[in-house]
Ligand binder design. Structure first.
Ligand code: ADP
Ligand code: MG
Length: 333
């Protein structure tokens, strides 16, 4: 039996279906990322698990309990929002203890949990400050500490790092991942950022227009995208898709190499990015003649001028194959 099981979950607003028959399950201690573009139904799905929105159809089970219609406070879960949702008039300490007081947790136990949570997120010196005296990153840590102190068996997070600058976001990604593992938290983490999902999650559930497009490990998303949508969503630069007869050929920019035996191509642009150089070119010979804006990512620095010719090739085993009509994966690596 799974720790959390979401079955055929659906949400309609005024006859418009924003979450459409979603099913997935999560094991205890897993880090799951709900990934997808803006507006695909991630927050709505998370809010239904939290009990903040009621489903139009489907069921949610936590262990053997059907929690579909339980009020949020009775579900045994904690939630971290993108906006932190801290009380502005309460100190860090009071914010963290708020839920424990409301649930009348024993005083000594409250202090023990507070100390532990504060230590984990490194907020010791700020404990008597109010949110307005803290940076965005520190507020985020308070929200995390509150979630940790609740010791809820399931933790839900909705884009919790999106308000932070890049450096802090990278640090927090690592901290959060370590924390989740060391505490054995079961975590559902919503993000639109494929890199965040790929680097943090044990399992990714990718949503597209309210439906599950693919679910599985980060490796399976990279190696076996089940549709052209997934192929383009995961990886940077995105996978090249080349229409070819009944099919669409997929090839990742990092799998294309310069090879004198390859297809001739003219260069549209050449962008040096530090570790790699990304080249955009149109294929002008061979079976893929006419394919435009093919991107290749080469290691190191390459000086190639616009309009110049080069020859490109990729190993056949790195090629992905999709149906032109359905966009679904047919074969390939
Ligand atoms: P995401 O979190 O993936 O960006 P949301 O779950 O917030 O997406 O929203 C999914 C879709 O549902 C969007 O098109 C949004 O406009 C719509 N939606 C969300 N909440 C409501 C609501 N209360 N009433 C009507 N439409 C809503
Ligand atoms: Mg959202």
């Amino acid at each position: 039996m799974s720790f959390l099981k979401v079955s055929n979950l659906t949400k309609e607003y005024a006859n418009h279906c924003v979450v459409n028959d979603i099913s997935f399950s999560i094991e205890q201690g897993e880090f799951i990322s709900l990934l997808g573009p803006s507006g695909c139904g991630k927050s709505t799905t998370l809010n239904m698990i939290a009990g903040l929105e009621s489903p139009s159809g489907g069921e949610i089970h936590l262990g053997t309990n059907n929690i579909t219609h339980l009020p949020p406070g009775k579900r045994g879960l904690s939630m971290v929002f993108q906006s932190y949702a801290l009380f502005p008039h309460l100190t860090v300490k009071e914010n963290i203890l708020f839920g424990l007081k409301a649930r009348r947790v024993d005083k000594q136990e409250q202090i023990k949990r507070l100390k532990h949570a504060i230590e984990l997120v490194g907020l010791g010196e700020h404990i008597h400050k109010k949110p307005s005296q803290l940076s965005g990153g520190q507020c985020q840590r308070v929200a995390l500490a509150r979630s940790i102190a609740s010791q809820a068996p399931l933790c839900l997070m909705d884009e919790p790092l999106s308000n932070l600058d890049t450096k802090l976001r990278n640090e927090m990604r690592n901290e959060l991942r370590q924390l989740q593992k060391s505490l054995g938290l079961t975590l559902v983490y919503v993000t639109h950022d494929q890199i965040e999902a790929m680097s943090m999650a044990d399992k990714i559930i990718l949503l597209n227009q309210g439906q599950v497009e693919q679910q599985g490990t980060p490796e399976s998303f990279y190696q076996q995208p089940e549709s052209t949508f997934v192929a383009r969503f995961i990886g940077h630069p995105p996978m090249n898709l080349i229409p070819h007869g009944e099919h669409v050929i997929g090839i990742r920019p990092e799998h294309i190499e310069l090879n004198s035996a390859g297809h001739a191509a003219t260069i549209n642009s050449c962008d040096y990015q530090g570790a790699t150089t990304v080249i955009n070119a149109d294929i002008v010979s061979g079976p893929y003649q006419g394919a435009k804006d093919i991107q290749l990512s080469l290691m190191g620095k390459h000086h190639l001028s616009t309009g110049a010719l080069l020859n490109i090739l990729w190993p056949e085993q790195e090629q992905h194959l999709f149906s032109k009509t359905t966009g679904k994966r047919l074969a390939g690596v």
